[in-house]
Design a protein around this ligand. Structure first.
Ligand SMILES: *Cc1c(COP(=O)(O)O)cnc(C)c1O
Length: 453
């Protein structure tokens, strides 16, 4: 029996292209609309906030998009990321399942987010931009972009959701170490922020609010652009290095996944691991597989949201897209997976779910932490609270394999490590965490505000 644990690739095997699923989807994506006119957005509408190369990727239809060599050079610092066979977890679960995990926590910022941050900083640098403005929830995206901006000599300003700013001082310290300026959102620095604080001075903030602040600042400064860490087509595109590598590594392991699992906040790490496999399936190059998107019970956009046109941010400054949404004014409860507290979903992930190419499921907070701890005790890696949702779904699948006596091959993406989230683990172990009920009334209210398209 092959007892190999790690499946590693050479630096030369880092993909040379990103994979664009639009080329293989049965239907073209729904058009993106301007928030004021409700007409399809033009590249000129997006020019104040994104560089041309990024806009071109947002609407690209070709299957393969070259990764610039300076981006691949930086990827080499932590890519190809390892694929592990979770043999001790399999033994602990006494499951016939074969469990594999792709580990994105090896990046310097500790998650998959630098895969896109490096690319976005590069394209902005080439376009002559001086400052990148962004939002961050848990701080993973902010620290990734701060690192990337520093590599390329760009200034970086981050609006950090207030509840995370308070919960996670070391994430802020990391961003500042890389030279970024960090502000708790909502803030007094922007018109949007001041209006939100006037309505609710105690606001915990949300990704939707922080996005509005960052877009406002970027749009008003000709030397600045905006960067988003998930949701948009170009971000999902950049993350496909994960799944392309994983496909090669599964081949090294001599197995094919039956189920691919990832957590979904805005959808980027899910798309990153899943889309290359879905593409191979759509092109008839691999057998049918199940693809599982896992979201928190307290912010269940894919499973409980409407599939409708909605705004990407609270102040309605961003284009409107067709996606699964809980309503742009919905403020999710302050549970400990900040990266999953977004009201919407990547339009491409929504489309893949709508077209029956992937399933979605939810996990309550306590189950996610119990799963993360079980994973840590077996494998020695403490997953990020976001990744714990994927781990929880993985454990459910592994248990099902045991009950049914079927040895399926399960592949999960561990999107990041939890080393900056140990307070959440402490709180969980002290019995201080609870399950947040599905906030039905608030979601109904927020959904009532969907734009009339
Ligand atoms: C940001 C983040 C997520 C959620 O974002 P997606 O775009 O859905 O991937 C998940 N896991 C980690 C570790 C993150 O930092």
């Amino acid at each position: 029996m092959n007892q190999q644990i790690k499946f590693l690739l050479q630096e030369s095997e880092i993909p040379h292209t990103w994979y664009n699923i639009v080329a293989d989807l049965p239907h073209p994506p729904a058009p993106v609309l301007h928030p004021a006119t409700l007409q399809p957005v033009t590249p000129a509408d997006l020019a104040p906030i994104f560089p041309d190369a990024v806009i071109a990727q947002e609407v690209a239809t070709e299957r393969e998009i070259p990764i610039p060599e300076p981006v691949r050079e930086i990827y080499k610092q932590w890519r190809p990321s390892p694929l592990f066979r979770a043999r001790r977890l399999e033994a602990a679960l006494d499951t016939p399942a074969h469990i594999y995990y792709k580990y994105e926590g090896v990046s310097p910022a500790g998650s998959h987010k630098p895969n896109s941050a490096i690319a976005q900083a590069y394209y902005n640098k080439v376009a002559g931009v001086k400052l990148l403005v962004t939002e961050t929830g848990a701080g993973q995206w902010g620290s990734s972009l701060a690192m990337a901006c520093n590599f390329f000599g760009l200034a970086c300003q981050v609006y950090m959701v207030r509840v995370s700013y308070n919960q996670k001082p070391y994430r802020r310290a990391l961003m500042e170490t890389f030279g970024a300026k960090v502000t708790a959102s909502p803030s007094c620095e922007t018109e949007v922020g001041r209006a939100l604080l006037a309505k609710n001075p105690e606001s915990a903030g949300s990704l939707g609010m922080a996005i509005s602040e960052a877009v406002e600042v970027a749009a008003q400064n000709p030397d600045a652009k905006y960067a988003l860490g998930s949701v948009l087509n170009h971000v999902l595109l950049h993350q496909t290095v994960i799944g392309q590598e994983a496909a090669l590594q599964m081949r090294l392991a001599g197995e094919e996944p039956d189920v691919v699992i990832a957590c979904t906040g805005g959808g980027s790490n899910f798309a990153g691991i899943a889309f290359p496999f879905v593409g191979q399936m759509l092109r008839g190059e691999r057998k049918k597989l199940r693809v599982l998107a896992v979201e928190p019970e307290a912010c269940p956009s894919l499973t409980r949201g409407h599939y409708a046109y909605d705004y990407g941010d609270t102040a309605h400054l961003t284009p409107i897209t067709k996606m699964h949404t809980l309503g742009s004014t919905f403020v999710p409860p302050g549970f400990h997976a900040g990266g999953l507290r977004y009201h919407g979903m990547a339009p491409l992930v929504s489309q893949v779910v709508e077209e029956g190419l992937a399933e979605a499921t939810t996990v309550p907070q306590l189950e996610s932490f119990a799963a993360g701890i079980q994973f840590a005790r077996a494998e020695g890696i403490v997953p990020a609270p976001e990744s714990n949702h994927a781990v929880a779904a993985l454990l459910r699948e592994a248990k099902r394999c045991k009950e049914e006596g079927v040895g399926r091959t399960l592949l999960v993406n561990i999107s990041g490590h939890g080393h900056f989230d140990m307070q959440a683990y402490l709180d969980y172990m002290a019995g201080k965490l609870t399950n947040y009920a599905y906030p039905e009334e608030e979601i109904a209210m927020a959904l009532a505000g969907l734009p009339n398209v």
